[in-house]
Design a protein around this ligand. Structure first.
Ligand code: NI
Length: 173
């Protein structure tokens, strides 16, 4: 297994739209293992392939307390979203140190392949629902700060660019 580099906002590669995974093969298995290792090492609850500069529809997550219950979504498709929304505080491994409120659907239904390539239907609420919506946005090239006001977003941009110039943010997590 290997730790992968996480792309930081405002890197424009984060705005790439991912393509579907065509076959769940050995290459994808290695990618899943590396992404999980990278996510756990960075103490994240989710990581989309976009964030490690692989533009395929693949997400890894773990919202468990024990950090021992990985969830893998390949080619996720949103089937249904509840009209009810909630404001949740979110962060992102690509936007280190920044947390802010985003409106997300309370409940969602998603269809995806699991790590064995088997089709699964997932009904999610709470943190899992928020996390899936956040990660699926990544696959569409969208970072959560894009829901914030332009003023806030520009502040975050300058802050992160300054941190990167000063070498305060490691490139490798
Ligand atoms: Ni994120």
């Amino acid at each position: 297994m290997a730790l992968l580099s996480i792309i930081r906002y405002p890197d424009t590669r984060l705005h790439t739209v991912a393509k579907p995974v065509t076959v769940v093969d050995e290459r994808i298995q290695t990618l899943i293992a590396d992404m999980l290792e990278t996510m756990y090492e960075a103490n994240g609850v989710g990581l989309a392939a976009t964030q490690i500069d692989v533009h395929e529809r693949l997400i890894v997550m773990d919202i468990s307390e024990g950090r021992d219950d990985p969830l893998v979504l390949i080619n996720p498709k949103m089937l249904w979203t509840s009209p009810e929304k909630h404001l949740n505080e979110e962060g992102c491994l690509s936007v280190p140190g920044i947390y802010d409120g985003v409106q997300r659907h309370d409940t969602i239904k998603v269809e995806a392949l699991d790590r064995d390539g088997k089709a699964r239907l997932i009904e999610a609420e709470g943190l899992l629902s928020v996390c899936i919506q956040h990660e699926m946005d990544h696959l569409m090239g969208k970072v959560f700060v894009e829901y914030l006001s332009p003023l806030k977003r520009n502040r975050i941009k300058s802050k992160l660019q300054k941190a990167q110039r000063e070498g305060r943010v490691a490139n490798k997590v």
